[in-house]
Design a protein around this ligand. Structure first.
Ligand code: OXD
Ligand code: MN
Length: 615
């Protein structure tokens, strides 16, 4: 009797999957059926990415109290979501790389054996979608059919995740049609872990105290449980486009990077250049992605703000795409003064999460405007006034917005096979040592520079102020395999590219002088740094060689209009051998945790740096 009803239930779940299926690919149907049989949803929806679907899901969520529609005159087509207060950010301590061998995950990742992790996860996913709709979300990272593009499917029980995936990826039927029998694609499963048993009422933001963000690089799978938030739930982003893709890239000879991507046009010669840049969080990455130059002669256009995939093209150069289709940006600190382009981008069609609500049905966050509203509803739904003594928006509150709304979007975002890269920039937030800009002495030296990126801890972070936090290639939480092997892969890419390799630079606009005063104005004036970088690439300027790289020679950095910075130049570019040598000790300690997997080339670079500093 019992086994007959189990069989009946399985048949009806399989029927739920096949009834609405919009593909005939048996591999997809089989996988979706397996996940449905495990998670036991009430219904299954195959998403097509259409406007109708968007309208239907947003209406259902508004009806259910999970989305607040914003004032249609002020912010058309836009919504506010408020998360559970315990589900507001990525959970790095619950993020796991489940490679067969622990050493392949490396010392900077949490590791679990794949079989052990599956054994731990399956009971949690068993019935986790009861009473909910299971959405099947096919998506393309990059233009469908492009040379660098990859495809995936996210199964999720979160309609909030579906809406965000529609903004962040090319989601829908054409992606699904690209997944053909035998082709490679990434399988991702997401459940908020909040089944609705026996018709129980839902809450506005379902999630679970228990969270798992797990990656299976050998089988190209992601399983995420318990969180509805950002990088934990939009599995195309950090999970696929960085952690899984970095492993695919190593296997197949390309790179998945935590980099923004810019198009730069010299308006005098019309010559076009492309630059990608890796920055740890809180180092002005979004502002640089939407840079408004303060010097004439350059048009700067946005291709990407967070992730770039880089692959050698037929001509031997390194080509780049932004695999994403939207921005999932941090709201606080984004304002008319700091990033007018982002503010214009957010005119409508935006999902806001954990920002404050104004009395006229618009959104606000700290830094949006200089004038602070007299009354708001804060991110937790409570009344707020300027003397409440707490921020109105969560510090990690976000906007999700289609990239195509960016006024500075480059046509090259649509480019099927990507753009050729001329320069790669590594940034950090360093009060000391690191000069405003330096070109690496070779590709190998550039990889050493990327591998040793660091930021000084600020008062907002745990640990001692001034202590260095290493964030190699800004990939510390995002590299899906052993970080030392990743450096090795970068070195191999350099060998493949040879003379065609982009030039590598390091930049730091956070150097301070006496009393912690910033020496460089930053923001739009970073166009002056980029101007020098490109003039180095084109061979227009010579630079001067120093122990840590090639610096701008006297007069090469364009300071027109900010002549008051001139007296700071010595300090901005000062290289103090003693403190650099002390930093080399720390680099040696940092490398030591990777044991003999550190490529010999990087050890040679450390030795070379010490020698140059001592001579
Ligand atoms: C992001 C991050 O959200 O890097 O982009 O954490
Ligand atoms: Mn990021």
């Amino acid at each position: 009797m019992g086994s007959t009803s189990t069989l009946d239930a399985e048949i009806s779940i399989a029927k739920l999957v096949t009834d609405g299926a919009t593909t005939a690919n048996p591999e997809v149907i089989e996988w979706v059926t397996e996940v449905a049989e495990l998670t036991k949803p009430e219904s299954v929806v195959w998403c097509d990415g259409s406007q109708d679907e968007w309208n239907r899901i947003t209406s259902e969520m508004v009806e259910a109290g999970s989305l607040i529609p914003l004032n249609k005159d002020l912010r058309p087509g836009s919504f506010l979501a408020r998360s559970h207060p315990g589900d507001v950010a990525r959970v790095e301590d619950r993020t796991f790389i489940c490679s067969e061998n622990e050493a392949d995950a490396g010392p900077t990742n949490n590791w679990r054996a794949p079989a052990d992790m599956k054994a731990e996860l399956m009971p949690l996913f068993d019935g986790s979608m009861r009473g909910r709709t299971m959405y099947v979300v096919p998506f393309s990272m990059g233009p469908v059919g492009g040379a660098i593009t990859q495809l995936g499917i996210e199964i999720t029980d979160s309609p909030y995740a579906v809406l965000n995936m529609r903004i962040m990826t090319r989601m829908g039927q054409s992606a699904l049609d690209g997944i053909t029998p035998g082709s490679e694609w990434v399988r991702t499963v997401h459940s908020v872990g909040a089944p609705l048993e026996f018709g129980q009422d839902d809450v506005a933001w379902p999630c679970n105290d228990v969270k798992y963000i797990t990656h299976f690089p050998e089988t190209l799978e992601v399983w995420s449980y318990g969180s509805g938030y950002g990088g934990n739930a939009l599995l195309s982003k950090k999970c696929f486009a960085l952690r899984i893709a970095s492993v695919m890239g190593r296997r197949e000879g390309w790179l998945a990077e935590h980099m923004l991507l810019l198009k730069l046009t010299d308006t005098v010669t019309d010559k076009v250049y492309h630059l990608s840049a890796a920055f740890p969080s809180a180092c002005g990455k979004t502002n640089l992605a939407m840079l408004q130059p303060t010097i004439p002669g350059w048009k700067v256009e946005t291709i990407g703000d967070d992730i770039a995939w880089l692959r050698p093209g037929k001509d031997g150069r390194l080509y780049a795409i932004n695999p994403e289709a939207g921005f999932f940006g941090v709201a606080p600190g984004t304002g008319e003064g700091t990033n007018p382009v982002a503010m214009e981008t957010l005119w409508g069609n935006t999902v806001f999460t954990n920002v404050a609500l104004t009395d006229d049905g618009d959104v606000w966050w700290e830094g949006k405007t200089e004038e602070v509203p007299g009354h708001l509803i804060d991110w937790q739904g409570n009344d707020w006034t300027p003397d409440s003594g707490r921020p109105s928006a969560h510090p990690n509150s976000r906007f999700t917005v289609p990239i195509q709304q960016t006024p500075t979007l480059a046509d090259e975002w649509f480019e099927q096979d990507g753009v050729p890269l001329d320069a790669i920039l590594f940034g950090g937030r360093r009060a000391t040592n690191v000069p405003l800009v330096a070109q690496s002495l070779s590709w190998q030296h550039g990889v050493f520079v990327g591998a040793t990126i660091s930021s000084e801890k600020t008062a907002a972070q745990e640990g001692t102020v001034g202590e260095l936090r290493r964030d190699p290639f800004a990939m510390l939480p995002f590299c899906g395999y052993n970080m030392a092997d990743y450096w090795g892969h970068w070195l191999e890419m350099g060998e493949t590219l040879g003379e065609n390799a982009p030039k590598i630079f390091q930049a730091n606009s956070f150097r301070t002088g006496a009393h912690g005063r910033f020496l460089w104005p930053g923001f739009g004036d970073n166009s002056r740094v980029i101007d020098w970088v490109i003039r180095r690439v084109s061979g227009e300027v010579e630079g001067r060689v120093s122990a840590v790289g090639t610096l701008p020679a006297e007069g090469e950095l364009n300071l027109d209009g900010i002549e008051d910075v001139r007296p700071e130049l010595d300090e901005l570019f000062a290289i103090d051998p003693a403190s650099w040598l002390a930093e080399c000790e720390l680099t040696e300690e940092f490398f030591a945790q990777f044991g003999d997997r550190v490529p010999a080339g990087l050890r040679a670079e450390l030795a070379g740096l010490r020698q140059r500093l001592s001579s």
